[in-house]
Design a protein around this ligand. Sequence first.
Ligand code: UGA
Length: 436
Amino acid sequence: MKIAMVGSGYVGLVSGACFADFGHDVVCIDKDPAKIESLKAGIMPIYEPGLAELVGSNVKAGRLSFTTDLAEGIAGASAIFIAVGTPSRRGDGHADLSFVYAVAAEVGEHLRQEAVIVTKSTVPVGTGDEVERILTEANPGVRFAVASNPEFLREGAAIGDFKHPDRIVIGTDEEWARQVMTEVYRPLFLNKSPILFTSRRSSELIKYAANAFLAVKITFINEMADLCEKVGADVQDVSRGIGMDNRIGPKFLHAGPGYGGSCFPKDTLALLKTAEDYEAPTRIVEAVVKVNDARKRAMGRKVIEALGGAEEARGKRVALLGLTFKPNTDDMRDSPSIAIAQTLQDAGVEVAAYDPEGMDLAKPLMPGVEMCANAYGAIEGADAVTIVTEWDAFRALDFARIKTLAKAPVLVDLRNIYDPAEVRAKGFTYVSVGRP
Ligand code: UGA
């Protein structure tokens, strides 16, 4: 089957490469000629483990190609995916759908064969209706259907998530479109990944509801962590204790500096806007957004406390280890590290930092922060070392070396990757999240 993927960003590229790996004939399309040229040369626009290899092998096998020409790319395709960005619209938090609608218009203009147009971009409820209207207006003169097929990939684990999904959600009321989509996902279907067919609107909402629910879970455990600190309980045990209840489940209950990334912050805001527009307020999500925003700066204040309070902290130096919003990505969008660095700088603290993949993207977002070549470069002369992102490279730090390099043996571990007793036994002052 021929599949066209319009938009070769994170979701489009990973999905396109995985579909090709299933044996489909895939063309990834993007407006950006520089991106397409790099992809043709085997250079990935993003850092994602395993992606370069997967793209390379499928290009070599002749199943995956790249073009800037949409008309050529969609010719003969039975499924045309729209996987372009839907950033937060400046000023109001609504999802900006201009890219999605522009693609719909262009597809409508060039469509010459029967096809299912599938929105993979994260789009608010009702977007499929508008895409259908735009396509109908272009009057392509062939049968088409508009389906919703949201993406549940996690950055850093995207290929595994694509190939072993918990579920595939497909929203369409048209039987023939269901058949096409079943064909698209047949290899996963045979692998027993459940496919859930729903209406288009339900499918669109499932994406936002899933991300909002996960954001709720994280924020809930973060607030429990704060409470643990006050009452002398251990959030790791609380998390384990509630997660063993099958109705709750153990995942997304790791307390930390607050969620970031390209999805949760933007999608929770967009859900609030939809809820507002339809006069069905989602107060829980409203609270989650506020609590998570406040948490990032609160983590900066936690570091200041570890330095001895605001008075003492002025003029001191802090090493931040990990800047990306989570490990195995170079993505800096809404990363807690940005607010943490800002809070420290506002308090007159000097900040040095290191991240295995995020330095280039971090630099312009963190003016005044000294970017170092490695972890120990950042640690040199620091009055406190702070782990912001749980990269594997920080899981076995050389504590003896830190003691000789840093001005004081103070470790603030915002991801709880170390055992408090062990670190203290090495002579460190150790501060973590929600643990005594
Ligand atoms: C998230 C969802 O997990 C995916 O299912 C979804 O497809 C994706 O958004 C999207 O909408 O495109 P992602 O943003 O890549 O994926 O990252 P997550 O692994 O979900 O982590 C998000 C944030 O939550 C990170 O800042 C992470 O550190 C934080 N987090 C996660 C916690 O603080 N605690 C946890 O227990 C889990």
